[in-house]
Design a protein around this ligand. Sequence first.
Ligand SMILES: Nc1ncnc2c1ncn2[C@@H]1O[C@H](COP(=O)(O)OP(=O)(O)OP(=O)(O)O)[C@@H](O)[C@H]1O
Length: 234
Amino acid sequence: MKQLIQFKAVTKEYKIGEVPIKALNGVDFSIAEGEFVVVLGASGAGKSTILNILGGMDTATSGQVFVGNQEITRFDETKLTQYRAEKVGFVFQFYNLIPNLTALENVEFATEVCKNHLKAKDILQLVGLGHRLKNFPSQLSGGEQQRVAIARAVAKNPLLLLCDEPTGALDYETGKSVLKLLQNLNQETKKCVVLVTHNSAIAPMADKIIKVKSGMIESVTVNHRKQSVEGIEW
Ligand SMILES: Nc1ncnc2c1ncn2[C@@H]1O[C@H](COP(=O)(O)OP(=O)(O)OP(=O)(O)O)[C@@H](O)[C@H]1O
């Protein structure tokens, strides 16, 4: 399969006062087109830093990151902004919806800046919210709000979908249905999904598991026996 993402010797150093913090210390991995990848590691391991660099929200201190046929580590601010807007869909633990816009308007608002976006209504239907288009976030449950956030990310028609603890604020069953949705979207749209979590129990749903420890890659495992979310318990 063709590689979509490559990290090569990536480091990230944050400076707080005089003390440097090495969040990433020589990270190498690759992700193929269409893969569902779970990034695992303890708190502070560097998972979000990897995701933020991949999504163009943060920049590497050294090393190279390739996405498609472009080296994003060479991008200036303007190109990074364009990359974030058009190529990357983000889903966070907290849904970050705009409170005074309806579900439909939240998705439409996000897609306005994207050239090849999909129809907001169609995608809300796809995530099972076709009947809640006119509801405001406060009228939706946590799980429904996360579905809107996922629709907002997918409707941009991005190259990759990046999810940082997307079930962190949800109860077990709701979290499971959100994971199922992400798994279905990955299978149906063939979009690459990179999901960061501390919950190692969900690793069997991935094509590839990347374990991060103290800013370094502990292991990269290709999972030949991928499981459906319904079959996983934790
Ligand atoms: N903006 C920042 N400024 C300074 N240090 C930071 C910053 N962002 C992250 N760090 C540090 O970098 C290291 C890696 O953080 P990161 O958020 O990537 O870990 P994580 O694996 O995602 O953790 P968690 O599961 O708790 O979110 C930590 O030591 C963290 O304190």
